[in-house]
Design a protein around this ligand. Structure first.
Ligand code: COA
Ligand code: ZN
Length: 191
């Protein structure tokens, strides 16, 4: 049978992949650690020093940059970019003396096509909408709508992002050709 690198999972000699649910074409780089039980899709890039806990689900074509921390209850959908040193949380009020069961942890979802800049912190129990863009260093404390453009601590919605990553002007038309209109939970693409 024909087989090439894209049919297989690549794990660097110094990477640690304990999950058997990692899709073909995904690369796991040095000192990244994927725990048993984690689900990782196809053609992902899990960069150096990333940590993926067993209760995490990652879609296809996702980039998890260096030193990202993904804890139980986090779901990352397809085509998401997670910048270096992004930290997810899952316990809203941690106490070292109180061990929470998995169902007490608050799940977080990052919808398809979203990007999180370097050093973002995501407080748990939130949804970051499809194609949202979160600027470097933001602390996300509320849900982010579809195509929402958020910066700062606490993260504030300061505008809208195109699928291509550019910030949209008031007319919601991008120079790349896409156009949008406002809907109940963010923007929808009309062109
Ligand atoms: C958000 C970003 C895309 C810039 O977007 P932009 O539309 O060009 O924004 P501008 O530079 O015009 O800034 C708009 C405002 O937001 C502020 N701003 C921009 N980036 C910000 C950030 N990360 N945090 C807080 N405020 C930010 C600017 O200071 C400016 O404020 P002002 O209107 O009061 O002057 C960019 O700053 C960023 O954070 N990119 C992520 C880079 C990254 O982490 N990549 C990871 C892989 S290497
Ligand atoms: Zn665009």
């Amino acid at each position: 049978m024909h087989s090439d690198a894209s049919d297989r999972v690549y794990v660097h000699s110094h990477g640690l992949c304990e999950s058997d649910r990692v899709g073909a074409g995904t690369r796991v780089w040095a000192f990244a650690h994927i725990m048993a039980g984690a689900i990782v899709g196809r053609d992902c890039n899990i960069c150096d020093h990333a940590y993926v806990e067993g209760g995490v689900t990652i879609g296809d074509r996702v980039t998890i940059k260096n030193s990202v921390l993904l804890f139980d209850g986090v779901t990352i959908e397809d085509d998401v970019f997670v910048g270096p040193a992004v930290v997810f949380t899952n316990d809203l009020r941690p106490r070292t003396a109180i061990k929470r069961s998995t169902d007490e942890l608050l799940p977080t979802v990052v919808r398809a096509g979203a990007s999180l800049g370097a050093g973002v912190v995501v407080v748990c129990g939130l949804t970051i909408g499809p194609c949202a863009f979160v600027g470097a260093g933001a602390v996300i404390t509320r849900d982010v709508p579809a195509h929402g453009f958020v910066v700062g601590n606490p993260g504030r919605l300061i505008g809208w992002a195109c699928e291509c990553g550019k910030r949209l002007g008031d007319k919601l038309i991008c120079e790349c050709g896409h156009a949008y209109e406002e809907a109940a939970d963010g923007l929808v693409k009309i062109r």
